[in-house]
Design a protein around this ligand. Structure first.
Ligand code: UT7
Length: 326
């Protein structure tokens, strides 16, 4: 049976940059605190015309071009997002129409920061069973639309961004070697948006109370994130029979540079093998890993034949890891 691999990647970032100095003017914080506690120096913020679907289409076109494919070649489109254009219909539907893809299956997937790994794992099943030849997986987040720029616990870490991967069959030993995904809903209230859904529909009161903004218990999540990413990374490495020394690259979800460092150290991965762009883009949730992937592919940091480990953690809480030979 053929393996599933990533044939092309692409990313798109909003134009506007929000620096730590900009945030110093909005909330009681400092460049020093943000840099030392998170590793972030700047992040992007989408303008009114930059929607989740529009940026997704830009990223998807680049990924398709790298893969040497046309939109009509796609059999499945998965948009991983918790910041869709609108509650109804799916953002994947807008992407499909704008790309000019045929009426293939297209849907959104909600797994927050672990979303791209959830997406490529689903795509892998469709490819390996032969039901899809080419699958577009997008990680797209405009979390700035849900940020309270008076809440220093959240507005300093999240940024906007989108990235895509086109998956298809590849010859072994290339492709996805091992994957594992988890959700633990007992921690759902650690990172959530209280209002705007069916549990608490949007109203004047919810808006006045700021309940349409992201609420996060960052410190508690920090510890769960480190433990979960370490544990699931070890498990997929064992499953794939790969030891940390064999890895060419480790791409963790860019949640916080201190989380990355803690996971790296626990796994015993050499610092030079860890990719980090958090200082430039912040935490872009489901777009974080594919933006890194795209940067690594385009800069030559990730080459065909390399072994790469990707590991993520996010709201839900969700977590997962994938080992692949590029
Ligand atoms: O994306 C996946 C899901 N999300 C995560 O995994 C996020 C994980 N959590 C984190 O990245 C970190 O917990 C944060 C960056 C969010 C916060 O860093 P922390 O080191 O855990 O800070 P803390 O919440 O324990 O707060 C420490 C102190 C507090 O002051 P006191 O009580 O010690 O006086 C906070 O009020 O730092 C204060 N603080 C800030 N100070 C300046 C919290 N945020 C800020 C800020 N600027 N932006």
């Amino acid at each position: 049976m053929a393996s599933a691999g990533i044939l092309g990647t692409g990313s798109a970032l909003p134009k506007k940059i929000i620096t730590n100095a900009d945030l110093e003017k909005m909330v009681e914080t400092s460049d020093q605190w943000i840099t030392e506690r998170t590793g972030i120096r700047e992040r992007r913020q989408a303008g009114p015309d930059e929607t989740t679907s529009k940026l997704s289409v830009q990223a998807a076109r680049k990924a398709l071009e790298m893969a040497g494919l046309k939109p009509q070649d796609l059999d499945l489109i998965i948009c991983s997002t918790i910041s869709p254009d609108m509650p109804l219909p799916s953002t994947a539907a807008f992407i499909q129409a704008e790309l000019g893809a045929r009426s293939c299956c297209a849907f959104d997937l909600a797994a927050a920061c672990s979303g791209f790994l959830f997406g490529i794992t689903v795509a892998e099943k469709f490819i390996r069973t032969g039901s899809s030849r080419h699958v577009l997986v997008i990680g797209a987040e405009l979390l700035s639309r849900y940020l309270d720029y008076k809440d220093r616990a959240t507005c300093v870490i999240f940024g906007d961004g989108v990235a895509a991967g086109v998956l298809g069959a590849v010859e072994p030993p290339s492709g996805i070697l091992a994957e594992e995904l988890h959700t633990e809903g007992a921690y759902a209230d650690h990172l959530f948006i209280p209002a705007g859904g069916t549990a608490k529909p949007a109203s004047r009161e919810t808006v006045e109370g700021g309940e349409h903004y992201i609420k996060m218990r960052g410190n508690e999540l920090f510890k769960v994130a480190v433990r979960s990413m370490e544990d699931v990374s070890r498990r997929v490495l064992t499953q794939a029979q790969v030891c940390p020394e064999q890895l060419s690259l480790f791409i963790p979800h860019q949640a916080n540079q201190r989380i990355t460092e803690a996971v790296r150290e626990r796994l015993g991965v050499n610092p030079e093998k860890v990719y980090s762009n958090i200082s430039r883009v912040g935490n872009t949730s489901s777009a974080s890993i594919p933006i890194c992937l795209d940067e690594c592919v385009r800069s030559g940091r990730l080459k065909r034949g390399d072994l790469v480990l990707m590991s993520a953690f996010g709201a839900g809480v969700t977590w997962g890891a994938v080992v692949m030979r590029w």
